[in-house]
Design a protein around this ligand. Structure first.
Ligand code: HEM
Length: 409
């Protein structure tokens, strides 16, 4: 159903768009981006080849397959995102961008891209204009130069890479991400409006369950993911929620204004849960969908725990974030790939030695007593080890006893 598309961004001298103009940044602006649908050119991107070389080691392929995104370019893009974060403090809006691309997923629809999810559709005006996405055009503008630099990184991967990097750079947990998401190619493939949650529905708990269960997420994941509001602010001119400014936001960093959920709204920690539980500071925001996390008995169990146990929150958040980032995505290669040298880093798996038989026979209690008596006869005791030369004797004695046992049963 989906055709593979090659995007050629023409120089502004050819398109007539001024450098830095907003329209140049948006792929849906037909004046600036020429989109060629080339379904036959499956592996045109040179970017795919270095990934190929790596993944072909030790395997035999009759035909050359290609990946949606290139490993080396993803790694470089991550470094560029880190720079962007350092200079613009845009962590929160990048997290929101990744979440809103993925959060349209409907598990009841099988077909891609109709099922929605992390497929880069949020780059199109058609979807950016949805009420829930107000303000996200700014996040796209920030990322577009990185996208232009790395043609071998899909939008879908870039959005999720930016979000996970923002969480990690803000002091959050390492997210066990995978990459290789394929992009949708046309605005007609965007999901219809209304799939993302509303902040003030009549019944917040059932609304959250309706929306997140549709994505295949559960109560624990709803609560953990809501913890992302430890970052960022709400702006009345965007979502209609929050104050124009507070003492914590009036001087930025980044664009001043808005109302944050936490005091240090660029630091990822569990303060969101502490603050919405206490509700002591009227400078801090509590949306109806935040408040319900301490009102609904099932949500409350997790929220209470996260408020006192940051490690548990980090672990659950990292898992839930990775799951969210994969929703609805079509991966190429199908299993996706990691860009970390040690993909399990941050989530070390506990090493459990396999239990297997050695074929050794246990000494009987009588035999153990005999050996102990011999040992004590030579001057040794449990708390006074024998001098080294006695060990040789004891080994000889054990050997002799073993032979005798063998001979006399
Ligand atoms: C549970 C349902 C949710 C609701 C009702 C909700 C609602 C909102 C609203 C109203 C804003 C303010 C937007 C603005 O005015 O600019 C916002 C911001 C934000 N949301 Fe959510 N959200 C939800 C879940 C999530 C999830 C699951 C994540 C990430 C995993 C997330 C991450 C963020 C971030 C980081 C911001 C701050 C953006 C910024 O400062 O620019 N939200 N959310």
């Amino acid at each position: 159903m989906a055709t593979n598309s090659l995007f050629l961004t023409l120089p502004s001298s050819l398109t007539g768009a001024g450098a830095g103009s907003a329209s140049r940044l948006l792929p849906s602006a037909a004046t600036t981006t020429t989109r060629l649908s080339i379904s036959s050119l499956k592996c045109l991107r040179s970017s795919s080849l270095s990934y190929q070389k790596r993944s072909l080691v030790g395997r035999r392929y009759s035909t050359l397959k290609c990946a949606a995104s290139n490993l080396d370019q993803l790694k470089s893009a991550r470094e560029d995102i880190k720079e962007l974060l350092k200079t613009t403090f845009c962590h929160p809006v990048l997290v929101r961008l990744g979440w809103h691309d993925a959060g349209t997923y409907n598990k009841n629809i099988e077909d891609w891209p109709e099922r929605g999810g992390a497929n880069g559709s949020l780059r199109f005006d058609a979807e950016l204009k949805h009420g829930a996405n107000a303000g996200l055009v700014n996040a796209l503008k920030l990322l577009q130069p990185i996208k232009d630099k790395y043609a071998g990184v899909t939008y879908a991967d870039l959005f999720q890479l930016a979000s996970a990097t923002a969480i990690e750079e803000a002091g959050g947990p390492k997210i066990p991400m995978k990459y290789g998401r394929v992009d949708v190619s046309a605005p007609e493939q965007c999901p219809e409006e209304g799939r993302l949650p509303d902040a003030g529905p009549p019944s917040p708990s059932s609304h959250l369950r309706d929306v997140f269960y549709r994505m295949g997420l559960n109560d624990k994941e709803i609560v953990a993911l809501s913890g992302a509001h430890t970052l960022g602010r709400s702006r009345p001119e965007r979502s209609g929620w929050g104050k124009p400014e507070t003492r914590y936001t009036k001087d930025g960093p980044g664009n001043p204004g808005g109302q944050s959920w936490t005091v240090q709204w660029l630091k990822f920690d569990n303060s969101y849960f502490k603050d919405i539980k206490e509700r002591r500071d009227e400078n801090l925001l509590v949306l109806p969908t935040d408040a319900v996390l301490f009102e609904d008995s099932s949500f409350k169990e997790y929220a209470e725990n996260y408020a006192v146990n940051q490690d548990v929150f980090f672990k659950d958040y990292a898992e839930a974030h990775a799951k969210l980032s994969n929703l609805g995505a079509k991966f190429d290669p199908p299993e996706g790939f990691s860009i970390d040298n040690n993909p399990t880093q941050g989530q070390p798996e506990k090493f459990v030695a396999a239990k297997y038989s050695t074929g050794k026979r246990e000494l009987s209690d009588a035999m153990k007593q005999k050996i102990r008596a011999e040992y004590e006869g030579l001057g040794g005791s449990a708390d006074k080890p024998l001098p080294t030369n006695y060990f040789l004797n004891i080994i000889i004695v054990i050997g002799v006893l073993a032979v005798l046992t063998y001979l006399f049963g």
